[in-house]
Design a protein around this ligand. Sequence first.
Ligand code: UDP
Length: 376
Amino acid sequence: MDRVCIVGAGFSGAVIANELACAGYECDVFEARAHVAGNCHTELDTATGVMVHAFGPHIFHTNNERVWKLVRRFGEFAPFTNRVKAIAGGRVFSLPINLLTLNQFFGKTFSPEQARTFLDSIGDHTIENPRSFEEQALRFVGKELYEAFFKGYTIKQWGVDPAELPASILKRLPIRFNYDDNYYDSKYQGMPVKGYTHIVAVLLDHRNIHVFLGSSMSRQDALAYGHTFCTGPLDDWFGYGEGRLSYRTLDFCPERHRGDYQGNPVINYCDGNVPWTRICEHKHFAPWDAHDETVIFKEYSRDCGEKDVPFYPVRLVQDKHILDCYLRRAREEAAVTFAGRLATYRYLDMDVAIEEALVAAEKFLVQDALARRKAS
Ligand code: UDP
């Protein structure tokens, strides 16, 4: 069998490597960083012994049975429900917007039906087809809630006016007319007991997989392989020939304290005058562990420079133009499959990245088998 090259050892690269290795292919996996798992990387904080999500909170949630089954083959998941709180205007609220949030915010005792009617009455119905984040918010929650919970946070998070962002970003968050404060609507939700890096390491632990950490792989060198799966940044693959795609990066400022700092894993700070977007207290992501000390990360968002870790694809108008040029070039790369958040420049959740990696691996296996049959 040929050797296959895989660029990147995040979830996408690791799932592809595992599928191909099990089918008998030798896989060389090149990872530029010193660890596997990409931005899902988790590690023990030596000072406190707490497992930290080194690149921000990752809560596994999915409706996809196949993906849920797959991840649990590679590590134990403990039940975990993400319940986020938000601080806005000096008060604490429940998020995502639910019946408690509405009653707290407006000082009411609405029933579900009353809340639905009320929210409908404050939404801006002159907006028929919301096209931007701002229009989506104004249409469905009205000006007051938009300004309290979304406007300041979104400007901090994305660095642009919400009128320039797509409505799809806000559609990630549900609005509920009951007291369910689960941040996600997904059927399955959980946290890997030994962390995400452990899961990715187990995915890569196969005699046909060879992982090279701290190793970048150039397009030129990769093309020597029969086939390459690129899960790294699309613009980097093409040497930035069409320009740079813009990303937001995050800075995490850790603090260590005794006891319980905030009593919850994630608290969002929605006001524009607070410089951080949220504070994560990592020991609350693993409530089955007991720790006297605690480590928190204050999270700050900014434009991603050339040497920074890319997190969120911005996808503004100029990015879409550059992206189209790269996508055209990507379609011409017959021996390369692009997969994952960075190589497809999309805001992907972990489960979607995993499903797409499975599909990419399956497609390759079918096509390669056909090509071999034809050649013999
Ligand atoms: N958002 C907001 N206020 C909040 C939480 C989220 O305005 O308190 C907006 C913000 O624009 C964010 C988007 O909703 O980028 C999606 O939120 P999510 O929690 O899914 O972001 P992630 O956890 O992926 O950073």
